[in-house]
Design a binder for this molecule. Structure first.
Ligand code: ADP
Length: 251
């Protein structure tokens, strides 16, 4: 995974520099072209393809983590609320977005862009799993692990964690798909729709932050991803007991 990441990151970096030139000149050519001409239409298509390519290289760079990271003490609820604004636009009318944010959730220590990326990637996957509509729930809460637990949490040392849950009522995954979802470039989506880098990126970020991902999914019955992130001590109030959930329906 590390070497694929380095390779992908190296290519993406050089490719991105070339794309900046292509996209820059395309922006400069467009105003020179008359409206309604076939030439203008073609240049607009070049522009659109350039933007898609830029999105892909951004994802590759994010996956290879060749970004300058600035970890900070972050409020997961605030980040979730912020991303929810974008997600609502992305998921369309047929999917109901429900936020269920714990009233007092610990802070986490990570790069804000990376936290946004985790929430966004999971949200977009949930949307893609619900072609016929459904419900996307994002939940936050604190849990305290007193000793290393068995099962899915056994890689987590004892301590306080923020659990970010993203749940959908979509198509779910077969067991075979579940074993491969964190593999870079693994996708079941149509060509052009999936890069197979979303969950590989999430995996890298969560791992780097000392967290853990739990996947609960059944074909035809939806998917739940629980992201455990180590909580950091709040300087003002110190550690707190987990608080009850406060459902906040966005629509
Ligand atoms: P991509 O979204 O580009 O395919 P990801 O790494 O984000 O790449 O996801 C890999 C694969 O995992 C997806 O193609 C899909 O098969 C599966 N997957 C991820 N999230 C979900 C989900 N919420 N429901 C069903 N399948 C999912």
């Amino acid at each position: 995974m590390e070497s694929v990441g380095r390779l992908a990151g190296g290519i993406a970096h050089d490719f991105n520099n070339l794309l900046t030139v292509i996209n820059g000149y395309t922006e400069m050519i467009l105003p020179e072209m008359e409206f309604g001409t076939i030439g203008r239409k073609w240049v607009e298509e070049v522009k659109e393809a350039g933007h898609r390519a830029a999105t892909l290289t951004r994802q590759l760079l994010a996956f290879s983590r060749q970004q300058v990271l600035e970890p900070q003490v972050l409020d997961v609820n605030a980040a979730t609320q912020n991303i929810a604004k974008f997600l609502r636009r992305l998921i369309g009318e047929d999917i109901n977005l429900v936020l269920c944010l714990g009233a007092e959730v610990s802070k986490v220590h990570m790069d804000p862009g990376q936290l946004d990326q985790v929430i966004m990637n999971l949200g977009v996957n949930a949307r893609d799993a619900m072609a016929e509509g459904g419900e996307l729930t994002i939940e936050t809460r604190d849990v305290v692990r007193k000793e290393p637990a068995g099962g899915a949490g056994n890689r987590l040392p004892p301590g306080r964690y923020v659990v970010l849950t993203v749940r959908d009522t979509g198509c779910g995954m077969t067991e075979e798909v579940q074993t491969r979802i964190f593999e870079p470039f693994f996708t079941t989506k149509e060509p052009g729709k999936g890069t197979g880098l979303g969950l590989a990126t999430v995996y890298g970020i969560v791992n780097q932050s000392g967290g853990h991902i739990e996947v609960l999914s059944k074909s035809g019955q939806g998917t739940t991803l629980n992201i455990y992130l180590p909580g950091v001590e709040d300087e003002v109030s110190g550690l707190r007991e987990p608080a009850p959930l406060r459902p906040e329906h966005l629509r």
